[in-house]
Design a protein around this ligand. Structure first.
Ligand code: PHE
Ligand code: NA
Length: 493
């Protein structure tokens, strides 16, 4: 067997971990969630979720990988043979997310090209769903492959292949050391432009003005916990795999805290930029900010192009920079998703890195093709909704229970504390044993009731059952199947 790979430097690891955390979600998901959930008042639940669940869980995942020096499936196998499938489950959820997450990175890349001469025309909404995606509004009507989107998706996969096949230090670490400073620079530029535009102040007000009437609404709290989980890339086995490459004397606790704080700072700073731009747009069109702020995907691919159309010619380069920052943020996150799978395959099947990367890239690309057809937008929306809740959040809950009860938080403490400047103590134990699992199961329960009593997004029940619940189920079955295969025996911790 090849020798276990390692990060070359502490900074390299931190950049890679931040690269995973900071993704598409920081740029549009956070802004929109904050705005929708009470503006400045959202920051309170968000910060509570960050400190009571986000950081403690991040340290827990890092600690497990650091101790077992293995990918998620093997880490869980080391806890107990019957738990291996949980590792595959989390990696499987990551796999599904990778398939469509890379599609969105591909769209962002397409929009970098379009941004050069405002190729989205005077009506970016119809350009996005019409000319670009040829959206049919139904999964049953695929409407043919969108070749430009497919070409961009292939480029995204080539980039992933190129970086990950070179290994942890020469590939991932090196790329992160270029990507992260560049991304930081781009975001600062965009934010400065955003907040200095005329009218920006109205947008920023909409973003930060607290609507305290909303803070007693439990749904805000559920959103905050969901956002923190997704934004820190928890529950995919990524942080487990990344920490398995840490040298023995690493300061795991501080690394985790730095990663989490940098990720949130990034979201909040970007939020100012995004809402500055929206404020400008609202002023130009003489409408309130609430009318220009659309949801999720629309914010990046419709609202932003509209705003860029309104900018003076000299500032239009910011469109290119904005979509470029999406590409870089997305790419560094997809690398971490793929690495979690690659590490799992290497651990289980003892195949070479090259082979593992090749398999994953080709299979994911093929599975991504339905998402670049006219029916892709609906498919993406459904799969994303269900896999995030009954994949990600559920896996996170199960992981948490297994690690903190069947493995024991004390073993994690013993593994991370000796080499860390900041130690985790009793408060941390309480968070990971009681508070976080309770918050997660509560959030899940409420979401489940909603999804059982109404059809998400007004899609048909057949679409929801097949592509929503169906995807969730297939991942679980696959996880069981993989865990059952007896290939290598490395169960001693
Ligand atoms: N944390 C990333 C974001 O905020 C999302 C992500 C998901 C990253 C899955 C890696 C894996 O966009
Ligand atoms: Na993030």
């Amino acid at each position: 067997m090849e020798k276990k790979e390692q990060w070359g430097s502490r900074l390299g690891f931190i950049f890679a971990a931040i690269g995973s955390a900071v993704g598409l979600g920081n740029i549009w998901r956070f802004s929109y969630q904050a705005y929708e959930n009470g503006g400045g008042a959202f920051l309170l639940p968000y910060l509570v979720a960050l400190f009571t669940a986000g950081i403690p869980l991040l340290i827990l995942e890092l600690g497990l990988g650091f101790r077992t020096r293995s990918s998620a499936p093997l880490s869980f196998k080391k806890i107990g043979k019957k738990y291996e499938w949980i590792g595959w489950w989390s990696v499987g959820v990551g796999f599904v997310i990778t398939v469509y997450y890379t599609v969105i990175i591909g769209w962002s890349l397409a929009y970098v090209f379009k941004a050069f001469n405002l190729n989205w025309g005077s009506n970016p909404a119809s350009h996005f769903t019409g000319e670009f995606l040829g959206a049919t509004g139904s999964v049953w009507e695929l409407g043919g492959i969108r070749f430009f989107a497919l070409a961009c998706l292939i480029i995204v996969w080539l980039a992933n292949y190129f970086i990950i096949s070179r290994g942890v230090q020469k590939g991932i670490e090196k790329a992160s050391k270029i990507f992260m400073p560049l991304l930081f620079f781009l975001v600062i530029l965009i934010t400065i432009r955003g907040i200095t535009l005329p009218g920006s102040i109205e947008g920023i007000k909409a973003f930060v003005t607290p609507d305290f009437s909303k803070i007693t609404d439990w749904r805000i709290w559920v959103s905050a916990f969901g956002q923190i989980f997704f934004t820190l890339s928890l529950g995919f086995g990524i942080m487990i795999a990344y920490a398995s490459y840490l040298p023995k004397d690493s300061d795991v606790v501080s690394n985790g805290i730095i990663t989490a704080l940098a990720n949130s700072a990034f979201s909040i700073i970007t939020g100012f930029g995004v809402f500055g731009v929206l404020g400008y747009m609202a002023m130009k069109q003489g409408v309130p900010v609430s009318e220009v702020a659309t949801d999720g995907i629309g914010l990046a691919f419709i609202a932003f192009p509209k705003a860029i159309n309104l900018l003076p010619a000299a500032s239009r380069i910011f469109g290119v920079l904005f979509f470029l920052s999406l590409v870089i943020a997305g790419l560094s996150s997809s690398i971490s998703l793929v690495e979690a799978m690659v590490a799992a395959l290497i651990d289980k099947f003892e195949i070479s890195r090259k082979k593992a990367v090749t398999y994953i890239c080709i299979i994911s690309l093929i599975l991504g093709i339905p998402f670049v057809t006219g029916g892709g937008l609906v498919l993406l929306d459904i799969v994303d909704h269900f896999i995030n809740r009954y994949g990600l959040l559920l896996v996170g809950f199960v992981e948490l229970v297994v690690i903190s009860y069947f493995f024991g938080v004390d073993k994690i403490k013993k593994a991370v504390n000796p080499s860390s400047n900041t130690e985790v103590g009793p408060t941390w134990s309480i968070m990971v044993k009681y508070l976080s699992p309770l918050a997660l199961i509560f959030a899940l329960f409420l979401e489940l009731i909603k999804d059982l009593t109404s059809l998400y997004g007004n899609y048909t029940s057949l679409e929801i059952i097949l592509f929503g619940w169906g995807t969730v189920l297939i991942v679980i079955l696959l996880a069981f199947n993989l865990a059952r295969r007896e290939i290598t025996l490395k169960t001693n911790v």
